[in-house]
Ligand binder design. Structure first.
Ligand code: 13P
Ligand code: SF4
Length: 303
């Protein structure tokens, strides 16, 4: 059944000149059928630079919205309407505007895990792979960092000469992990190298051998001379790690599952292409302003 479904998806994709983009937290069979799998930054770049008419975005809503912002002439489809990111819902425009009033000299750096409306009132966006670079390069000494307090505090540690005003948002999957969770795994196997996503709390980051985005973690493990790793991010990244690193062993942390990322199935992708649902539409005035923040990220955040 699954093989038949995959063939049907590939056929429809070709007929409609569509491209399937997937995040590393998607289930394995979605990653396997995608044209491109990446971290949030790579996916934004790919959404802008491709010649398809339709983008099927297998991820969560803010990712599909960013694709539409960057590629307004393409049809962008999110296979599961309810696939959201709870952290993106932790910042609202009104609150951001109030914070801006309290800090008139600050620039607003907004993590892409945010609504398109919040991006529209931001100076620049960032992802976990380029947040440090962007805060370093941006022309301001005071930064309002929205919405992830953990990524924001990590950036503050790395860029001590600037003042970061933190927002009180977090990712429920990463924020609940404690130092104890990591130390227990290390007790069982002291040789484990600990690879951590910066959405984790500082007590967890302090135990890391490497801190980075999903792609950063995957690349670090691939290049490393070590063979055993504890992966402290959403379990979806284990799919590529295990597929492409034979002879290396990867241990995840129990319960690190993003329910929203796991909502998309092959059936949803097929229905999405067949019925052209669920299309992302954004008010043009909001889109233009959000595009400014995302384009600024693509310029400042690239190597
Ligand atoms: P990356 O940008 O590292 O892929 O992370 C996205 C995300 O949602 C992390 O929870
Ligand atoms: Fe949002 Fe966390 Fe899921 Fe990433 S892992 S999409 S930040 S809820």
């Amino acid at each position: 059944m699954s093989q038949y479904l995959k063939e049907q998806i590939l056929k429809l994709k070709k007929e409609k000149n569509a491209i399937i983009l997937a995040h590393y937290y998607q289930v394995g069979e979605i990653q396997d059928i995608a044209d491109f799998v990446g971290d949030s930054f790579e996916l934004s770049r790919k959404a802008k630079e491709n010649s398809a008419d339709i983008i099927v975005f297998c991820g969560v809503r803010f990712m599909a919205e960013s694709a539409k912002v960057l590629s307004p002439n393409k049809t962008v489809l999110l296979p599961v309407k309810e696939a959201g990111c709870p952290m993106a819902d932790m910042a609202e425009v009104e609150q951001v505007l109030n914070m801006k009033k309290e800090h008139p000299n600050a620039k607003v750096v907004t993590y892409v895990n945010s609504s398109v409306e919040v991006k529209a009132v931001s100076d620049i966006c960032c992802t976990s792979s380029n947040a440090i670079k962007i805060v370093n390069k941006i022309d301001a000494n005071e930064i309002i960092f929205i919405p992830d307090k953990n990524l924001g505090s990590y950036v503050q540690e790395q860029v001590p000469n600037k003042k970061i005003v933190l927002w009180n948002g977090h990712c429920c999957v990463h924020d609940r992990i404690t130092a104890d969770n990591v130390l227990r795994s290390k007790e069982d196997n002291p040789k484990l190298k600990v690879l951590v996503h910066p959405e984790c709390k500082s007590e967890v980051r302090n135990l890391a051998d490497y801190i980075g985005s999903t792609s950063g973690i995957i690349n670090f493990a691939k290049e490393s001379q070590d063979n055993e790793f504890l992966i402290v991010t959403e379990e979806g990244v284990l799919h590529k790690l295990e597929k492409e690193n034979q002879g290396k062993e990867f241990t995840g942390i129990r319960g690190m599952t993003c329910k929203n990322m796991k909502k998309t199935t092959l059936e949803d992708v097929y229905a999405c292409l067949e019925e052209m649902k669920y299309e992302i539409n954004i008010d043009e005035a909001v889109r233009k302003k959000a595009a400014n923040a995302l384009e600024n990220m693509l310029i400042l955040g690239s190597d």
